[in-house]
Design a protein around this ligand. Structure first.
Ligand code: CO
Length: 132
């Protein structure tokens, strides 16, 4: 449907929030911890899309590993879809590798699933579906 948000891995969430508030000229409107991922997120509204800052909450977090390997920067691009299960089935049938078999609960009231970066020229793709 459209790009819902881009996720940016940061090593210091507090200072990154201040920086992005100044950069985007809009306050962080929501912070949320996703304990299962070892991640704390901070969201900024920018028109139709959002920016999601991702900080690690522990040493085994996916964000800790990502930053150790690649440094801070773009972590994923998320596309809003109407029916995440249907999209997962469609992509799987075409040979794409999904990183989770079932949609999982992410930040911002979403069901989410990730597509392996090797299938998208190096970009980690997130599918997300809003749940109300
Ligand atoms: Co995301």
């Amino acid at each position: 449907m459209h790009i819902d948000h881009i996720g940016i891995a940061v090593s210091d969430l507090e200072s990154a929030i201040k920086r992005y508030e100044a950069l985007l000229g809009t306050p962080c409107y929501k912070r949320e911890r996703v304990e299962s991922e070892g991640v704390e997120t901070a969201f900024f509204a920018t028109g139709e899309s959002k920016v999601e800052l991702l900080g690690a909450t522990n040493e085994t977090s996916v964000i800790t590993k990502f930053i150790a390997k690649r440094g801070e920067g773009l972590h994923h691009t998320a596309f809003e879809v109407a029916d995440i299960r249907a999209e997962m089935t469609r992509l799987k049938a075409q040979g794409y590798t999904l990183l989770n078999e079932e949609p999982k609960t992410g930040a911002d009231n979403k069901l989410i699933a990730f597509l392996h970066p090797k299938d998208a020229n190096g970009v980690l793709m997130e599918l997300c579906q809003s749940v109300s």
